[in-house]
Write a protein that binds this ligand. Structure first.
Ligand SMILES: Cc1cc2nc3c(=O)[nH]c(=O)nc-3n(C[C@H](O)[C@H](O)[C@H](O)COP(=O)(O)OP(=O)(O)OC[C@H]3O[C@@H](n4cnc5c(N)ncnc54)[C@H](O)[C@@H]3O)c2cc1C
Length: 391
């Protein structure tokens, strides 16, 4: 029988969170098996914003230079009124920002990030990547775990990580709180080659356009070759049991209030698919025995702070540090949870609050705009807690 330390850490899910955790844990000398449900490791969707708290983790994983060829470093986060086009406020991402947080704000294609993480994982002999492994269950047997997959295969490890995303099957082995919470908002998203852009499309900034009950985000990715767009709105036709809502005709109708720049973007956004927005209430129980949650499986959040993947990256390095510091995985998982759960809960709740603020109407919107009007672009006091975090 192999000694416990000869067994790998099993990670169910090879998304951004699972791969980052694999790299971080392997860098501490342990072997890791990543079991991914899909036939190929890959990402769905387009753009991803990575704030300095995530860039810091990417630097520690040794991949920050590798992402530079795909990254765009925006000048500002620019918030505009979607109807009038007027500026609401902005956050300067230039020299002062970089000096304060030590790392840049990066936007990129999420599949480019995944490819970089994959290449780093493939280059590390301690990491085994197994596609087409749909983990159905994780059993605990004394000082080891066994992951059982849909194809009949099974894997033994000294402990297991559920990095299986928003619809995590393994989460209920740790904490069964039912289905994710539907936010009644949907997102349409897609990219356009920059060569096909219309005049006035903002290529230097991440631009957020808001109006009551909707918002629209635009930024360049893939080294400036593609323009990413995400249009989000709440549907008047929403019903949990009914698929007939948030169709493209409603997208067009809702964004008809937009200024020329917004309508130009909406006319070019992908319509073949939309994503319903979900999150969950934060939980205190992140592990049971030798199984622990990570990323969206632990703390799915609305995307309004652009932090879901950033938090999954943070999880990975904290988990690696905890496993390196404690022989007993149960103790390591408690230390990891203690370091992570209040922070991720704060981001989860803040994301909900951001949604309320972005989508406010009437007096709420006027109050918001009035309060933000005097805010200097280099006031970082509200982002320090988020972007300044270090493992
Ligand atoms: C519209 C939108 C915009 C967003 N924008 C941003 C942003 O700008 N910045 C940011 O930081 N975050 C953003 N996010 C959030 C971010 O996408 C997620 O938080 C992040 O992808 C979570 O990573 P993860 O690895 O935990 O889960 P996932 O990316 O969901 O990966 C889970 C993996 O597990 C696999 N899997 C699932 N079940 C099993 C199983 N049983 N066995 C084996 N494998 C399994 C899946 O195939 C998948 O590969 C956004 C989200 C949305 C919806």
């Amino acid at each position: 029988m192999p000694r416990r330390n000869d067994l790998p850490l099993l990670i169910a899910g090879g998304g951004i969170g699972g791969l980052a955790a694999a790299l971080a844990v392997a860098q501490t000398g342990r072997t890791v098996h990543v079991l991914e449900k899909a036939a190929q490791f890959g990402e769905i969707g387009a753009g991803l914003q990575l704030a300095p708290n995530a860039s810091h983790v990417l630097a520690r994983l040794g991949v920050l230079d590798a992402i530079a060829q795909f990254a765009v470093y925006p000048r500002r986060l620019m918030w505009r009124d979607a109807r009038s086009g007027e500026r609401v406020t902005a956050l300067d991402l230039g020299e002062k920002f970089r000096a304060r947080y030590g790392h840049p704000y990066v936007v990129m294609h999420r599949s480019d990030l995944l490819d970089v993480l994959l290449a780093a994982a493939r280059a590390d002999a301690r990491i085994v990547l197994e596609p087409s492994r749909h983990v159905l269950d994780v059993e605990e047997h004394g000082d080891r775990v066994r992951a059982l997959c849909a194809d009949g295969s099974s894997y033994d490890g000294f402990a297991a990580v559920a990095a299986d995303g928003l619809w995590s099957r393994l989460r209920k082995l740790v904490h069964d709180d039912g289905e994710p919470v539907a936010a009644r908002y949907v997102a349409y998203r897609g990219t356009i080659p920059v060569a096909e852009l219309w005049e006035g499309a903002g290529l230097e900034d991440v631009t957020l356009w808001t109006a009551p009950g909707l918002h629209f985000v635009q930024y360049p990715i893939r080294g400036g070759q593609l323009f990413n767009q995400v249009a989000v709105f709440t549907s008047a036709r929403y019903h949990p049991d009914n698929e007939d809502w948030a169709k493209p005709d409603e997208l067009d109708a809702r964004f008809a209030v937009g200024c020329d720049a917004v309508r130009a973007g909406i006319a070019r956004i992908g319509r073949d698919r939309y994503w319903t927005m979900y999150d969950r209430e934060p939980i205190a129980q992140w592990s049971r025995g030798r199984l622990v949650l990570l990323g969206d499986a632990a703390h799915p959040m609305l995307q309004y702070m652009a932090q879901g993947a950033c938090q999954a990256l943070e999880d990975g390095v904290v988990l690696a540090d905890a496993l390196a510091a404690h022989d007993d995985p149960a103790h390591a998982f408690t230390a990891y949870r203690d370091r992570r759960s209040l922070r991720t809960a704060r981001v989860q709740y803040s994301a909900r609050l951001f949604g309320e603020i972005w989508h406010a109407g009437d007096v709420g919107a006027t109050l918001r705009d009035t309060m933000l009007a005097a805010r200097p672009d280099d006031d970082f006091s509200h982002s320090d807690w988020l972007y300044g975090w270090r493992p």
